[in-house]
Design a binder for this molecule. Structure first.
Ligand SMILES: Nc1nc2c(ncn2[C@@H]2O[C@@H]3COP(=O)(O)O[C@H]4[C@@H](O)[C@H](n5cnc6c(=O)[nH]c(N)nc65)O[C@@H]4COP(=O)(O)O[C@H]3[C@H]2O)c(=O)[nH]1
Length: 526
């Protein structure tokens, strides 16, 4: 990779990790927010209920005192009545004053006594259906504060504006409201929220309003509203929230690093494989393919071997990497070059001996592939009929390309086999279209023979189907005499491969094996 390419890759990887850290932290924040709201729901409800209880007490006391004042047995605003009002006030808990009114004017109260000149009352904020006058906030004559007032008939009461101060909680803002009735909006009497105003609409229950969550409750004509800013809830649990954001970020970062490690592993494997191909350190082994009826060795499958630092890397691992990295044709041509280097002489002197080579989908897609093989075979003076090609069902999935490639390779003299047959999803008609020479039955089916699973093995059906389509058969993975016998008893020409006949061996050993046994081996010789 060029220096510019490496630089770009570094920044792309750094960006990936950063993006995952940010995504993880955002997720942590979202979870924290959700947890803050969820954990606060119960708390908020309990808080609202306490306020409601207090509200009920306050307004019930106001009603009771108003009733008592209106039922005064004394002359209107006489000194006895003022004393009477004082008695009532002293026994009340949430009232500041109780007074007498008449014709819209204030005449006397427990705190002020009789007024020298009756003072006109301001207009109420609302008039309830029972005729009560509701004053949300009236400036008090005795202090600089304001207080709610409720009037009924010829009396009114000043409610203690601090009646709810003990509920102050930094997490919440609240309001205590009084409903006038007739479905009209309640009037804010206490608390910061809706102080002195009528909220437009008053949805009950839990809800969300912008960046706040709220709970509204009503009981009778008393209502409470509690609001909490989501940001405040987060701040209240800031330690846990920061921990969650940190955890989310760390998880995102860790995920990024793992992804990079996995990617690096793939990149490294690709680089190491390319290097190994360049250095020519990959080796070939050849597994004998025998005629099941005569036991004669008729050929072998070339299998690639890669050992690095005494560690054997399976082709099942590095071939998919080569396919992914688009260097699998290099591998195929490496195998062909190598087998010609090792076996050309033997092949020339044994024209009936055939070597099978695995090829990939990429090879099939390359229209120049046949010519590349032909040039090599010609240079080594080996007949194309001596090189059979194995393709998997997967690699032939692109039907039209595969059909044409197979036709072209067969016309050059190569036999084509479908490898690991039965593990893919080729339909019989598809197999017919592909027009191959034969199939290799996957070892997973062979290995069911001789076990109780034979009943469910589809090997017999595959054999019947191959016979019907006039396809040659190679059974893979024969390990036991019983498996050999099972396939040998089928009345058709079958070739086989497996540890019973021989494990993959070096070029010289496969040649020795063939020569020493006169082309016939019956059991493993390794
Ligand atoms: N359990 C058991 N296994 C047996 C027996 N007889 C043979 N085998 C193993 O079965 C695999 C047969 O090769 P394959 O189906 O073409 O499956 C091959 C083939 O698909 C791929 N491969 C190997 N060499 C090459 C290559 O040069 N090029 C390509 N494209 N793929 C290759 O890797 C796969 C695995 O190769 P190997 O590990 O060499 O594994 C080989 C072989 O060692 C047996 O009796 N019992």
């Amino acid at each position: 990779m060029s220096a510019a390419g490496a630089f770009r890759t570094f920044w792309l990887q750094a960006l990936l990790v950063a993006a995952l850290v940010i995504a993880g932290a955002s997720l942590g924040r979202w979870v924290g927010k959700w947890a803050a709201i969820e954990s606060d729901r119960g708390h908020m409800l309990a808080f609202a209920n306490q306020l409601l209880k207090r509200g009920e007490k306050v307004f019930a006391e106001a009603d009771s005192v108003l009733a008592q004042a209106n039922g005064s047995p004394f002359a209107f605003c006489s000194s006895q009545e003022v004393a009477f009002l004082r008695d009532i006030l002293f026994t009340s808990r949430y009232l500041k004053d109780v007074g007498r009114v008449s014709d819209g004017k204030f005449h006397c109260s427990a705190v002020f006594g009789p007024a020298q000149t009756p003072a006109p009352l301001p207009s109420p904020d609302e008039t309830a259906i029972d005729g009560s006058l509701i004053y949300a906030l009236v400036p008090l004559a005795v202090s600089k504060s304001s207080a709610p007032i409720i009037g009924h008939l010829n009396a009114n009461v000043v409610l203690d504006p601090t009646a709810f101060d003990s509920f102050a909680d930094p997490a919440y803002v609240f309001g205590i409201l009084l409903e006038p009735g007739d479905g009209r909006n309640p009037v804010g009497m206490f608390g910061v929220l809706y102080q002195g105003i009528q909220p437009a609409g008053f949805p009950q229950g839990l809800g969300r309003d912008g960046d706040s969550i709220f709970r509204n409750l009503c009981s009778g004509r008393v209502c409470v509203a509690v609001h909490a800013k989501v940001a405040d809830l987060e701040a209240a649990m800031s330690t846990s929230l920061f921990a969650l954001i940190g955890l989310g970020g760390a998880l995102g970062g860790a995920m990024g690093c793992i992804l990079l490690l996995l990617q690096r592993k793939g990149v490294t494997m690709k680089a190491r494989l390319s290097n190994a191909l360049k250095k020519g350190v990959l080796e070939l082994e050849y597994q004998p393919i025998v005629n099941l009826h005569t036991g004669a060795v008729v050929g072998a499958e070339a299998l690639l071997r890669w050992t690095e630092n005494n560690e054997v890397i399976s082709p099942d691992v590095f071939i998919p990497v080569a396919e992914e990295a688009d260097i699998v044709q290099q591998v195929t041509l490496y195998v062909i070059d190598r087998l010609l280097l090792e076996m050309a002489g033997f092949l020339q002197s044994h024209p009936d001996f055939r070597l099978n080579v695995n090829i990939s989908a990429n090879d099939l897609c390359d229209p120049g592939f046949g010519a590349k093989i032909a040039a090599r075979l010609e240079a080594a003076s080996v007949l194309p009929t001596q090189l059979a090609l194995e393709i998997t069902e997967r690699s032939s999935a692109n039907a039209s390309e595969a059909i044409e490639a197979i036709r072209s390779l067969r016309s050059r003299g190569h036999s084509i086999y479908i490898d690991d047959f039965g593990t893919g999803y080729s339909s019989l008609s598809y197999l017919g279209q592909l027009n191959v020479d034969g199939i290799k039955i996957d070892k997973s089916f062979t290995q069911k023979v001789g076990t109780d699973a034979i009943g469910v093995s589809i090997a017999p059906q595959i054999v019947d189907m191959a016979r019907a389509h006039d396809l040659a058969i190679v059974v893979e993975g024969i390990e036991t005499e019983r498996q050999r016998e099972y396939f040998a008893n089928l009345k058709m020409e079958i070739n086989a491969q497996g540890w019973l006949f021989g494990k993959p061996v070096s070029a010289s050993k496969i040649a020795d094996l063939f020569s020493a046994r006169g082309g016939s081996v019956r059991s493993a010789t390794r």
